[in-house]
Design a protein around this ligand. Structure first.
Ligand code: TA6
Length: 281
């Protein structure tokens, strides 16, 4: 269903009690819920703010055209706090999947921050245990522009200390908890036991995150999103965030697919395409 600020998309499964659905808040095209077998896979803080002025603390905020802080605009860019358009309402495809397309193009608001004409398309496809994210960035202008882009996914977890992430081995990472010092990941399986904020560069095209909700595993496949950010604010930082409960940090792990270690340079008249597939396995 579509109402003025959110689009709820349900894939009615054959089994009575096994619902597959996702909900998108059109501000920021932020997915705020993705249920598989009626179980929520995404973390959204109980103190998340939905007024559109601040990014939603949870779900999958859309980070564009800037990952991180920049001098000219809000941290992580404007896409996640701007009203997108529902380009194509939810439709069941012949394959049985359900597809919805959101779009965002430059406006007075965006040009006031970042003076480029652009058009984003965001095609979401719901399959039984999968959610596909297809992103397109188009440059309609006469000048090239560069950007960084990331899907800021908050996974729900019973206890982040038991989560394990594969596919980071051997990658160099920028450690934002240590003033950006660069290290190499030596562990086959990465775990988190403290405040963590790492930009892993040129990681494998696939990660498996273990011990997420309901003890299942989450497979993340990335295309043209070479980097992976891993974040958990832990207790101290969580206390300093008004939209993050003091006791919530154990129940989330951010594993974020992006092109952030180096910017994308987009020549006039061309398109950057990237995608992510999340699958409960
Ligand atoms: O997820 C990585 C990160 O860049 C962290 O440094 C932290 O700032 C997080 O994003 C959340 O940022 P936000 O602007 O949503 O509070």
């Amino acid at each position: 269903g579509v109402d003025h600020d959110r689009v709820k998309i349900k894939l009615q499964s054959s089994h009575m009690f096994r619902g597959y659905e996702f909900t998108v808040i059109i501000t920021g095209a932020t997915i705020v819920s993705w249920r598989v077998n009626n179980q929520e896979q995404l973390f959204v803080s109980k103190q998340a703010i939905f007024d559109g002025k601040k990014a939603i603390r949870g779900g999958v905020p859309f980070v564009f055209p800037q990952f991180g802080s920049w001098a000219i605009g809000p941290q992580h860019g404007f896409a996640r706090i701007t009203q997108w358009a529902l380009e194509k309402p939810p439709e069941r495809l012949p394959s049985g999947d359900v597809e919805a397309i959101f779009s965002l193009q430059d406006s007075d608001f965006t040009r006031g921050i970042w003076n480029h004409a652009f058009r984003l398309s965001y095609r979401l496809i719901l399959r039984e245990k999968e959610l596909h994210f297809n992103v397109g960035v188009y440059n309609p202008g006469a000048e090239a522009f560069s950007f960084t882009i990331l899907l800021h996914t908050y996974f729900k977890a019973p206890d982040v200390r038991r989560c394990q992430i594969t596919g980071l081995t051997g990658s160099t990472f920028i450690d934002k908890t240590q003033e950006g010092a660069v290290f190499r990941e030596s562990r086959d399986v990465a775990t988190i036991s403290e405040y963590t904020d790492r930009i892993y560069c040129n990681t494998a095209g696939e990660h498996v995150i273990c011990n997420v909700v309901s003890g299942r595993k989450m497979r993340m496949q990335k295309y043209n999103l070479p980097d992976t950010v891993v974040w958990n604010p832990w207790a101290e930082k969580a206390k300093g965030m008004s939209d993050f409960g003091d006791d919530e940090f154990p129940n989330m792990i951010c594993v974020e697919a992006g092109h952030v270690a180096s910017p994308v340079l987009l020549p006039p008249g061309t398109v950057f395409e990237a995608s992510q597939i999340l699958q409960v396995i």
